[in-house]
Design a protein around this ligand. Structure first.
Ligand code: NI
Length: 263
């Protein structure tokens, strides 16, 4: 993997690790000191705004990534695409965006207020994917957004950052069942929406994930503990051409989104 790509993922990882202590603990548990291969990260944006999928993709496109699959999540009002790099060792990037215009007028009004706080030219920043939260947010607005859409609440609260990183289970040489069992024995809570394992060998991709770590967040009117980021585990299977399937399964991703729901 070249240095340009490493320079994109290093700050994303440090930012993620700072609020996701379970990720560091899982690294030590599964890697035992050896490096863990990152299958993909996921980013969350807002369609119809300067923080849309295209703006989040820009730094990756500049580093040689190309758009590959696209995915729709009708009930959640999300669209997504994934990007991959000609270097198959480079992590894939899954970017989704909430279709604001399909949401309630109340939700749109709150986001208009948040987005009005962005400095001009924000969308051009090459560090946009890890720019963090660029607005002040009060607890009542967070509550209103999250009650309508957990995704909307998460984006408003956490801003621009990796929503999750993903352990390549292939690189561990274990089955996903074995990984899940080790995590459960170590006391990590896993997302059971749609079953512990989403997808199947027939679909060429199996995924599981932790539920998001809870983290303290500073709102404009106080501190509150809310779901932050989670860790995902992916096992890919070879396609007819012998290469590992590089895409995603919409039905599985739909359940993975639930990993950041309030509990
Ligand atoms: Ni994922």
């Amino acid at each position: 993997m070249n240095r340009v790509i490493e320079a994109l993922f290093a700050p994303l990882w440090q930012q993620y690790l700072a609020i996701t202590p379970s990720a560091g603990a899982i690294h030590r548990l599964l890697g035992g000191g050896a490096p863990i291969v990152n299958d993909h990260i996921a980013l969350r944006g807002l369609a119809g705004s300067v923080l849309d999928l295209q703006a989040l993709a820009r730094p990756f496109l500049a580093a040689g990534y190309r758009f590959a699959g696209d995915y729709q999540f009708v009930a959640k009002k999300l669209d997504a695409r994934h990007l991959q790099h000609p270097d198959v060792d480079a992590p894939k990037v899954f970017i989704s965006e909430l279709k604001l215009h399909e949401c309630s007028p109340q939700l749109q009004t709150i986001f208009a207020r948040l987005l009005a706080q962005l400095p001009a030219g924000t969308e051009q920043r090459l560090d946009l994917p890890w720019a963090g939260r660029l607005w002040q947010l009060c607890q009542a607005d967070y509550q209103t957004l999250a009650d309508e859409s957990e995704y909307a609440g998460w984006v408003a609260a956490w801003g621009l950052r990796a929503n999750h990183f993903t352990v390549s289970v292939n690189a561990l040489g274990l089955s996903l069942e074995a990984v899940n069992e080790r995590l459960r024995q170590a006391g990590f809570a896993l997302n059971t929406a749609g079953g512990l394992i989403k997808g199947s060998p027939a679909e060429l991709l199996e995924q599981s994930s932790t539920v998001a770590d809870l983290a303290e967040l500073q709102f404009s009117d106080g501190v509150r503990t809310i779901p932050g980021c989670f860790y995902e585990f992916a096992r890919r299977y070879p396609q007819a051409d012998g290469q590992l399937y590089p895409g995603f399964i919409a039905a599985s991703a739909d359940k993975i989104f639930s990993s950041t729901d309030r509990r």
